[in-house]
Design a protein around this ligand. Sequence first.
Ligand SMILES: [Zn+2]
Length: 90
Amino acid sequence: MIATEAVNTMTTSTGKVRLVCQICGRCSSPRPSTRMWDMPGGWTVAPFPERHTHRDGSTGDLYYCAGHSHGGAIGHHIREYLDTPLNASR
Ligand SMILES: [Zn+2]
């Protein structure tokens, strides 16, 4: 499952939450919360204030999947899975 918009989490119909990778848009399996102890294996979080708005319009903490949490982001654009890369000018 891949996110189709710039979001960091998605809430399921049952009130659980999926984390969305900042790089590839991959969604984690549903979990009770976004807290550290509910983090999927290998995922990492870059903490931001809840009301912080990022350039792509998303807010709050940023999440990275196991494939992108340990330097894997080098060479990748943030949200490159979306049609219009937000930092394509780099
Ligand atoms: Zn990823």
